[in-house]
Design a protein around this ligand. Structure first.
Ligand SMILES: Cc1cc2nc3c(=O)[nH]c(=O)nc-3n(C[C@H](O)[C@H](O)[C@H](O)COP(=O)(O)OP(=O)(O)OC[C@H]3O[C@@H](n4cnc5c(N)ncnc54)[C@H](O)[C@@H]3O)c2cc1C
Length: 429
């Protein structure tokens, strides 16, 4: 058996894997990236956050992404119970230098990132699926066995492994360290539409979020006129489906009048996809010779469009750590500890909001945001993904959470009922 050698082997060419491969190749390491599919390929997750733009600039792809993206200046939250909407403009967040993000077709976006990795010098092999990993290879290295689409097998000996396999969670499965999130559970149904009614002016590129009885919807306008629409629902609701998924999705949309109205003249242009419970995390983010990035480490919920940002940010942190490990053992432990802190920080910040986003108390605060102690600006900074830098909004964010607790305490009956309902809803179906 012939064995190829490389410094870093990356599993997966999504945003996390392609970003890590680019950064490590730029630092002079030999990088091999294996992707089981061939780009351009469909992927859900089209809405980016303003904090993503800085990462795109550092990667040198900001102009390319601008050319395929729809500018997203904010988000609109719509409550059908109050028949009103509330806009959040990123320009009003704490740091005013990040006023917009993009909505992107992921097939195009992910292609830009993987091409960039190849340009940086990484060896990129598509249609090549990792089948087995041995973490105790010769000299502390890693042995990876993969299979090309035609069936040919190939083996690599690498000094370090980067698992960026997304929701396949390749390594966490193999190591048995993937855990279902006990505090959250949801499922999704989604498709693309043409002819959906758009807002005008700056609001055209907004993401719209609609609450409804069984969860919430996203409405994401794309640059070419298509619109991504998805329902994120409690597992019991998806389980109740007794008709074909297309019919079920249309009935679900009909249950949310303000969204149904925007889709009244729209045509569905893709298949409806249903995906089951996806809230999980791995108990560890790294070992001596591997790191897990992005969804390969954890995913909670799409409500704040944080997935791509967390994936790419984890790749920046991961590349730092892997580089330190490869340059010598002296800095390796501290570098991996720092990496681990960053990996846990993002999911922690977003999950506080995710766990409460369908609770009337938080819905009320979102629908009537006010800015004493700069609380609204701090909230907007979280919505913009500005959680890894030096923006000093943490005290104001704590004040917002305190306000939430006070409002919940003032309505004890409602709060207890909500808590009970939530416990029932997150039970796996
Ligand atoms: C319903 C839903 C809606 C979402 N909406 C948003 C949104 O609006 N905005 C947002 O930011 N995020 C969203 N997300 C999350 C977002 O899609 C992910 O967080 C993001 O794609 C993670 O990037 P990644 O690189 O970690 O993984 P991925 O993008 O999934 O990439 C992993 C890659 O690894 C490859 N791979 C897997 N196994 C192997 C193997 N054995 N060998 C070789 N290659 C392999 C896969 O083919 C894939 O290309 C959403 C998620 C869901 C479920």
């Amino acid at each position: 058996m012939s064995v190829d050698t490389t410094d870093v082997l990356v599993i997966g060419g999504g945003p996390a894997g392609s970003t890590a491969a680019t950064l490590l190749a730029r630092r002079g390491h030999r990088v091999t990236l294996l992707e089981k599919d061939r780009h351009p390929r469909f992927h859900i997750g089209e809405s980016l956050l303003p904090a993503n733009l800085r990462l795109l600039e550092q990667l040198g792809v900001a102009d390319e992404v601008r050319s395929i993206g729809m500018q997203k200046w904010g988000a609109e939250f719509v409550s059908p119970w109050e028949a009103r909407h509330q806009d959040f403009r990123f320009a009003e967040s704490w740091d005013k230098s990040m006023p917009y993000a993009y909505q992107v077709r992921r097939s195009q976006f992910d292609q830009i990132l993987i091409d960039n990795a190849a340009r940086a010098g990484a060896q990129v092999l598509e249609d090549c699926r990792v089948r087995t990993v041995e973490l105790t290879g010769a000299g502390g290295g890693v042995r990876v066995h993969a299979e090309h689409a035609g069936g040919a097998a190939r083996t690599w000996q690498a000094r370090f492994l980067v698992d960026a396999s997304g929701r396949d969670t390749y390594l966490a499965n193999q190591l048995g360290c993937k855990r279902r999130n006990p505090r959250h559970s949801s499922a999704a149904l989604f498709a693309h539409f043409s002819g959906a009614r758009r807002h005008s002016g700056e609001r055209e590129g907004y993401i719209s979020l609609y609450w409804f009885e069984h969860g919430w919807f996203w409405f994401i306008p794309l640059r070419d006129g298509a619109t991504s629409v998805g329902a994120v629902v409690w597992p019991y609701y998806l389980k109740s489906r007794a008709v074909p998924v297309e019919q079920f999705f249309l009935a679900t949309i009909a249950a949310c009048a303000p969204l149904a109205e925007r889709l009244a003249s729209a045509q569905r242009i893709t298949e409806v996809v249903a995906t089951g419970n996806y809230s999980y995390s791995s108990t560890r983010s790294h070992g001596n010779n591997y790191v897990m990035l992005g969804d390969a480490f954890a995913f909670i919920d799409p409500v704040f469009s944080s997935g791509v940002l967390l994936a790419m940010n984890s790749a920046f942190a991961g590349a730092e750590a892997v580089d330190a490990c490869l340059r010598g053992p002296a800095r390796a432990r501290a570098a991996l500890r720092r990496f681990d802190r960053i990996m846990r920080h993002g999911p922690r910040q977003f999950s506080w909001f995710i766990y409460r986003i369908t609770q009337p108390t938080l819905i009320g605060l979102f629908m009537r945001p006010s800015n004493p102690l700069r609380m609204k600006e701090a909230l907007l900074s979280v919505l913009a993904g500005d959680i890894f830098g030096a923006t000093p909004m943490w005290r104001s964010l704590r004040a917002f959470k305190l306000l939430y607790a006070l409002v919940a305490l003032l309505h004890p009956g409602r709060s207890t009922a909500d808590l009970r309902r939530r416990r029932r809803n997150i039970r796996p179906a």
